[in-house]
Write a protein that binds this ligand. Sequence first.
Ligand SMILES: Cc1cc2nc3c(=O)[nH]c(=O)nc-3n(C[C@H](O)[C@H](O)[C@H](O)COP(=O)(O)OP(=O)(O)OC[C@H]3O[C@@H](n4cnc5c(N)ncnc54)[C@H](O)[C@@H]3O)c2cc1C
Length: 332
Amino acid sequence: MTSFDVIISGLGPTGATLACLLGQSGLRVGVFDRMPDLYPLPRAIGLDHEAMRIVQELGLAELMGETIAPYRPSEYRGMDGELIKRLDTLPEPHLLSWSPNYVFDQPSFERILRARLEHLPQVKVFLEADVQTTGQNSQHAWADVVLKGDEAATRFEAAYIVACDGGSSPIRKRLGIELEDLDFDEHWLVVDAIVTDEKIQHLPQTQVQYCEAARPSTFVVGPGNHRRWEVMLLEGDSLSPEFPEDELWPLLERWLKPGDARLWRAAAYRFHGLVAKQWRRGRILLAGDAAHMTPPFMAQGMVSGMRDAHNLAWKLALVTKGRSRVPFGHVF
Ligand SMILES: Cc1cc2nc3c(=O)[nH]c(=O)nc-3n(C[C@H](O)[C@H](O)[C@H](O)COP(=O)(O)OP(=O)(O)OC[C@H]3O[C@@H](n4cnc5c(N)ncnc54)[C@H](O)[C@@H]3O)c2cc1C
């Protein structure tokens, strides 16, 4: 099968959500991801009510189970540990019937999305499949993809291609679409740990923002015994994505020492605020991190990618089924 209604490059949360929604609408979808499995480093931990509405629409809400947990109140603490502000969680009734915020386990959530795709026969998923080039004319678009085990690329065609290929989006770069820099550029260490039952009672019971000028940091209460630390990195700290463990423990020592927790994963990130200047070129569209990147503090990166997917899905379904028409080259 080399011809689809929609080709999606990238099976992160944006691509997976879009593939589920399009597949549910009966569209023939080809999704390609160059990795063999999920992204292994720490990323999203918070999601919101709009994301849950999309999960509900996909029929997956009941499957979320222990993947999500209520979001605890947030405390903002000053230089001497004093409470500056406390944000409590919103009481019911909830406007969208879901609580405005949850914590969740991103790998488990992505597995739920991927499992849904297995039940959508119209959606074909290709892993270890590298989208190398894309092109288009007035009739259709195409992607040349090197599939697992192949040396030469295979050409796949579709009415539309959606680039859900992440912040460094090769498709966006090949199209020459520039990013507008919103002037946020900081290096932070992110650590996920599974804390022992004994230690967990002595850690904060709320989310905490440590507003300390010398080195701000964040503590997040995740589902179960999952706890996250985000610590701003300073000049002289390692900036290597695979952050060295001997430099990591001293940064966590006010909360944890080895033996208090199993280190799950850690990474140094450069947090940006970037927006693509164009989100569509003819039959090729950008979605998720490929179109916009935000520092994670308000937990809106992945969920805004899911909103992109939701926004695009019904439009692509109408257009590809011939129920609505978009002039070629029209820019929204
Ligand atoms: C530390 C941290 C914390 C975060 N916390 C939150 C949070 O709490 N809440 C929240 O909503 N968001 C959060 N985010 C943001 C969130 O993780 C991202 O916005 C989200 O993962 C982006 O999803 P995506 O599907 O658009 O891109 P990605 O997840 O990056 O997926 C892109 C996919 O495209 C594939 N790909 C790339 N190029 C090709 C190619 N040529 N061919 C085939 N496949 C290709 C990649 O392999 C990858 O799987 C956080 C991010 C970080 C770094």
